[in-house]
Ligand binder design. Structure first.
Ligand code: FES
Length: 140
């Protein structure tokens, strides 16, 4: 079996939503200390808390790029409340799997989106449960 699914290869070689949003409504940056990869997510949110645009910049491995690309497609046009529920597992499933040692790359995507949403909440004085933004620890 190939190491990476066709979906991973597609999103790695042709990533969606790459870039930066000037004057974004929320920005989240996370990194993995072990591999050194960094992911940054920019959100544009309208008055109804719908994510009207999302962009990412990832300095990392193929799985990190594919995960951020897939994650952005999954939350674009969705309400913030739905984006908050996006798990790394859903990203892995949408990518049709990642090798076990690469699962942490999808966790980075989940965390970057959550960090951007938290930033959006903070900027707008919106109350939230801090438990929602706890770091995730995975076994590998
Ligand atoms: Fe660390 Fe992919 S190897 S994010």
């Amino acid at each position: 079996m190939a190491l990476y699914s066709d979906k991973v290869m597609d999103h790695f070689t042709n990533p969606r939503n790459v870039g930066k949003i000037e004057n974004a409504d929320g920005v989240g940056e996370v990194g993995n200390a072990r591999c050194g990869d960094i992911m940054k997510i920019y959100l544009e949110v309208d008055e109804n808390q719908i994510i009207t645009d999302v962009k990412f910049n990832t300095f990392g491995c193929a799985s990190a790029i594919a995960s951020s690309s897939m994650a952005t497609t999954l939350i674009k046009g969705k309400p913030i409340s739905e984006a908050l529920e996006l798990t790394n597992k859903a990203v892995v499933e949408a990518l049709e799997g990642l090798p076990p040692v690469k699962v942490h790359c999808s966790v980075l995507a989940e965390e970057a989106i959550k960090a951007a949403i938290k930033d959006y909440y903070d900027r707008n004085g919106i109350e939230y449960d801090p438990e929602q933004f706890k770091e995730k620890h995975i076994e590998e």
